[in-house]
Structures are given as C-alpha cells and as structure tokens.
Design a protein around this ligand. Sequence first.
Ligand SMILES: Nc1ncnc2c1ncn2[C@@H]1O[C@H](COP(=O)(O)OP(=O)(O)OP(=O)(O)O)[C@@H](O)[C@H]1O
Ligand SMILES: [Mg+2]
Length: 376
Amino acid sequence: MSGTVEIVGVTKRFGSHLAVDDISFGIGSGEFFSLLGPSGCGKSTTLRMLSGFEAPDEGAIRIAGQDMTDVPPYRRPTNIVFQRWALFPHMSVEANVAFGLEAEGRPRAEIRSRVGDALALVGLSGFAGRKPGQLSGGQMQRVALARALVKQPKVLLLDEPLSALDLKLRHQMQIELKRIQQEIGTTFIFVTHDQGEALAMSDKVAVMNAGRVEQIASPQELYDAPATRFVAGFIGHANLLPVTVEGPAGEGLARVRLGDLGFVAVAREALSGEATLALRFERVRIGAAQAGVGASGLDNPGLDHPGLDHLGSARATGVVRQMIFGGSTVQYVVGLDAASVEITAEQPHGAGAAVFTQGTPVTLTWEPADGRLFRP
Ligand SMILES: Nc1ncnc2c1ncn2[C@@H]1O[C@H](COP(=O)(O)OP(=O)(O)OP(=O)(O)O)[C@@H](O)[C@H]1O
Ligand SMILES: [Mg+2]
C-alpha cells in the first residue's frame, strides 16, 4: 500500500503542445513498472510530474493514497535517478551517497550505517573512498542508484538510467536492478525507449505514444496480445500488411485478403473493409521455392468449414531482397510475386537452418490464425 501510485486524468501542455494527454492508471506497491515509448512521447514529463518537478495542467496524482498536488518535490516519498549520473566529482563515493541524509541533518551514526547498506546493496562496498573520476560508467550509475536508495523512497523514479552504458554493461545492470528492486520491495517506475529493457525487467509496462497510453500489460501480454496497431509494431518485430477484411465466414471468422495473393489469414476481430494485418517476423517460415508450386494464399481456401484445422497454411512465393544476419537469428526481407509488399521472415541461425542469399526464389508460409488485425 505504501508505494501505490495513482494517476488520474493527467494532462500536461507546453504552450500549444500536448505532451501528456489525459492518462490514467494505477501502479501497485512493490511493482517494477515501466513507461515505454518512442522519443518525445511524454515519458520523462510523466516522471517529472510524479516527482513534483513539473505540475499537471489537469488531473491528479496520488502516492500512498495521498494527493500530491500541493506537495513539493522534496516532501514527496519519491526519488529520481537520471540518465546522466550527476555525481559531485570532488567528493568521495561515500560523501556522494551521504549527501542527501546530511542535508536532512541525520545523526552521524545513522548516516554511516545507511550509506554502508546502500553501497552493499549496489555491490560497491569496497569503493567508499574513491572519487567518481576513479570509477567506470557502470560503477558511477550504481553510486547514483545508491544515492537515491539511501533516502528510502517509497517510489523510485528512473529516467533512462542505463542508456549511457554499453550493451554488455547495460544487460548486467538490468539484472542487477531487478535484483535490487526485488530485495528492497520498493516501487520502481522505469522510463525507457528500449523495448528489450522494458520487457526484461518489468512486472507491467505502459506503452506510450504521442502523450497517450496505448496499453498497460505484462511483458508477455504485450507481446502476445497487442491492443493497438502501434503496440503491435513497437513491441517485437511485425509485418504490418495492408489487407481487406471480408467476412465473417463459418464460426464467425473473417477472411483477410492481401491484394492478388488472395486470402492469407482469418480473424476473430470485428473489423471489415480496409485493415492492417500484423504478422510477427518469427511466425513466418521460409523455405526454398518448389518447382511447379506457384500457388499463393491459403492452401485450402475452404473457409466455410468451421474451425481452423481445415485451412492449412497460408503461402506466398517471392524473392529474397535482403538478408540481415543478427547472430542468433537471420531476417529475410522477401518481395512477394503476387502483391507489391515485402514480408520479413525471421528464423533461428544454425542448427541446420538453410541460408537464402539475396535474389533466391523462396516460399513463405504461416498459420492463418497467427496474424492480428487492426484498423488501418
Ligand atoms: N520544458 C519543456 N518545454 C517545452 N516542451 C517540452 C518541455 N519538456 C518536454 N517538452 C516536449 O514535450 C514532449 C514530451 O517530452 P518528454 O521529455 O516527456 O519525452 P520523452 O518521452 O521522455 O522522450 P525521450 O525518449 O526523447 O526522452 C516533447 O515533444 C518535448 O519536446
Ligand atoms: Mg525522456
């Protein structure tokens, strides 16, 4: 209860620009909650309103049940960690971490013990006497974290705290941060534009776009059941194909047509006419083109049969336009023969998987129920 956060109808404008547009959601005590979205979508503004450095134009923020409207930043049960760890360069690690407690006039013995605990928590016990200039980037970020945690906030706000670190260190710190959060049980609100980071660490993620919240869900739900076209495109990698929906056919399934290719999917969504079919890269299989098999669309377009068992796979032929080697996986961008679109297929690399070079004729297949439909 002590770390719950409620955001109710919050809006923030800068001049005529709507930076945050009527957002409402709750965050449970002890949750690792991420705000994820592209640059400029309003993540930092939302975080600054939680910390009190920015005031909403409309709406209310409650932390631990208390209205924060008239509470200044230093009286809020929050603390914030920024992307750039603004440490005092002339002060030791210990003095940097102790700074906030000294400003509060805490007794010396208490400060010593709390600073020691905070440094132990972030794995820097032996570093108390060093100056920031004698630390690596990752160590400096740990000091910044210790400095925020030492004040024992109910809610810790983190604004892209790992983005200045190299990839390897970033992955290490993601695991570390999650461990620390679980150990102390503090509510973490973590801002990032990196979906991998948000998915790896969070209990829940709010996906933001242009000042609005598109979906709030667990990482797995976001991936498996994106609520909007934006989320489908932003989380993971998906082909977003322009389709026409005709339907519903047997069992209430709508048929999805992709240009001259014919029917390529079925859908339960209540949409008709122009739509976007989101088909994840890894759901599309790629194989060598077979002589004489030029058919495209569904193998068995007998859509009047109820259920999906009768449908077979959807199939399209095309030519590899680009091969993108990603280490553990390979992506193939394939120009279709029967429609002027490209579909990207992703498959694991190695373990006997065939490799298709640029210009190779190939066949793509996927399950007709694997796509998801959205308004265009
Ligand atoms: N003080 C300000 N004055 C005017 N406009 C601002 C101010 N702060 C933010 N904005 C604008 O509000 C929008 C949201 O900004 P915000 O910093 O919240 O984005 P963000 O999601 O954190 O982006 P990034 O990932 O790039 O950090 C942007 O268009 C930004 O230019
Ligand atoms: Mg930001």
